[in-house]
Design a protein around this ligand. Structure first.
Ligand SMILES: [Zn+2]
Length: 212
C-alpha cells in the first residue's frame, strides 16, 4: 500500500482507488505517517520547472573519494576484529550503493548533442583572442566563450543584447592571463531575440563583442 501513497498524495487515482487507499489509511498508522511526510513534497513539486529536467545529472562531487575513504576506514576494523560481520556488511552496503549509483549514471539517458552555432568575435584589445559558440536553450541563449589574454584577476562581465539592444547580464568571469579560458555564460534572452553579446572589463570598456 505504501507504493500507492505517492499518487494518492498528488491527488491522482480514480474515486474507487482513492477510497481503497483511504480505507487502508484509516487502519494503518504507518501509512498515515508516511503520507504526512509526502504531503509537503507535493507543494514543492508544483515549483519544479519542467524545462530544467533535461539538465544532465551529475554524481555528487567527491562521491568516489567518500566511498574509498569509507572502505579504507572499515578495512582496519575488519583486520582487528577478525571477520567482523558488521564491518563487512557496512563495506558491502557502501559498495552496493556506489555500484547502484554508477549503474544509474551509466544508464542515464544521453541527451542529444547541443546545436553549437559558431559566431565571430571582434576583439578591441590586442592582447585578447576570443572565439565563441552560442547554444539556443529553451530558457535563453548560452555563450560558450573560449579566449586568452584576459588580464589575470580582472573581473569581466558578459552581456547579451536583446532585440532592442538592451544589455542583459549573462555572467562574469575572472581573466586568467595568457592561459586559455573556457567559460559558459547564460542569459535569459532567447536565441531568436539575441542580437549580440559583449565582454566588458572592470572599467566598463567593451573588450570583445559579437553580432548574432
Ligand atoms: Zn499501511
Amino acid at each position: 500500500m505504501r507504493e500507492q501513497l505517492g499518487w494518492y498524495a498528488l491527488g491522482h487515482g480514480t474515486p474507487e482507488e482513492r477510497a481503497a487507499v483511504r480505507a487502508h489509511l484509516d487502519g494503518c498508522a504507518a501509512c498515515r505517517a508516511e503520507l504526512a511526510g509526502l504531503t509537503p513534497l507535493t507543494a514543492r513539486l508544483a515549483g519544479v520547472d519542467p524545462d530544467r529536467l533535461d539538465e544532465q545529472p551529475a554524481p555528487p562531487a567527491g562521491l568516489g573519494d567518500a566511498v574509498l575513504a569509507r572502505i579504507a576506514a572499515e578495512a582496519p576494523l575488519r583486520r582487528r576484529r577478525g571477520t567482523s560481520r558488521r564491518a563487512l556488511a557496512a563495506a558491502a552496503v557502501v559498495g552496493i550503493a556506489a555500484a547502484g549509483f554508477g549503474a544509474g549514471w551509466l544508464a542515464r539517458p544521453v541527451p542529444d548533442p547541443l546545436p553549437l552555432e559558431p559566431v565571430a568575435v571582434q576583439v578591441a584589445v590586442t592582447d585578447i583572442e576570443a572565439r565563441a559558440d552560442v547554444v539556443p536553450h529553451t530558457w535563453g541563449v548560452e555563450v560558450r566563450l573560449v579566449g586568452e589574454g584576459f588580464t589575470a584577476g580582472e573581473v569581466y562581465r558578459v552581456v547579451v543584447t536583446d532585440e532592442d539592444g538592451t544589455p542583459v547580464p549573462a555572467g562574469q568571469f575572472l581573466g586568467v592571463g595568457p592561459a586559455e579560458l573556457r567559460c559558459n555564460l547564460n542569459s535569459s534572452v532567447l536565441r531568436e531575440d539575441a542580437t549580440g553579446f559583449r565582454v566588458v572589463d572592470a572599467e566598463g570598456t567593451v573588450v570583445a563583442s559579437s553580432q548574432l
